[in-house]
Ligand binder design. Sequence first.
Ligand SMILES: [Zn+2]
Length: 344
Amino acid sequence: MKDRLEALKVEAIGQIKESQELKDLQAVKVAYLGKKGPITEVLKGMGKLSAEERPVIGAYANEVRDSIQQEIDKKQTELENAAILEKLAKETIDVSLPGRPVKQGNAHPLTAVVTEIEDLFLSMGFTIAEGPEVETDYYNFEALNLPKGHPARDMQDSFFITEDLLLRTQTSPVQARTMEKHEGQGPVKIISPGKVYRRDNDDATHSHQFMQIEGLVVDQNVRLSDLKGVLETFAKKMFGDDRKIRLRPSFFPFTEPSVEMDISCFKCSGKGCSICKQTGWIEILGAGMVHPNVLEMAGFDSKKYTGFAFGMGPERIAMLKYGIDDIRHFYANDIRFLKQFKNA
Ligand SMILES: [Zn+2]
């Protein structure tokens, strides 16, 4: 019986070695180790053996079965590896195929204009200050010389959240907050870009949400001529070196005196066209000397310190610069509009 088992082992291993494919190997496994295989047959005949022989043959049968199984496992790994290598040899990657271009986006035209303005003022020694968009009535109005009931509040219809909290109507509260932080010590030299909100009906030139950039300088001996110099530099950098500026008297509650700045038309150079409404001048921003009340409220001695402030709308600047005719384009997220500013 032992000889029979030995013969089966040799036969099985021979067939395993000859297997060329996994399915051949599987067939060998079923043939020799399966329930109807010869080894099981041999074991069935064990009843005829003596009590001494039985455990010896049983142990040998198990040994034979184990070595056949080991050979099968070995061969299986071999065949599987060979299959992978064959697959790798067959498959090739064509690296000469041109790649698909990666689509590159661009900055939103407003972001581009704001960044340009920021860079310009940073180069003149200003720093950038930011503040909350949900603001208290105090910082949005009162600290800016607009007490409750002041008629000028009507110019800024607001989104109130509570009696005392609102979406800021201007970035000026950042000025009030910054001055307060300085505790009466100059110099202050900031610009404050950001979103502001007003209860306006949206049309080609109005939006309930828009951007502002305000500037503030507070120091000893700050004069209107300093303001003019800064604004002139801004106008030339943004709209061309041959721009002239003019200041017209105006009114803002937090500045005194207050001015509007116009620039000479960059399209017609003053002859008159549709952009400048035939006047030769384009209104760009409002400015003025900081009202003494505003300085005092923020803790500055208005006899010692003076300052100037200005505020502009990046939307208007972008519309003028790029010839955009409707403010709503900025917020509609229409890719066809936005991708025109790739080189802006
Ligand atoms: Zn013009």
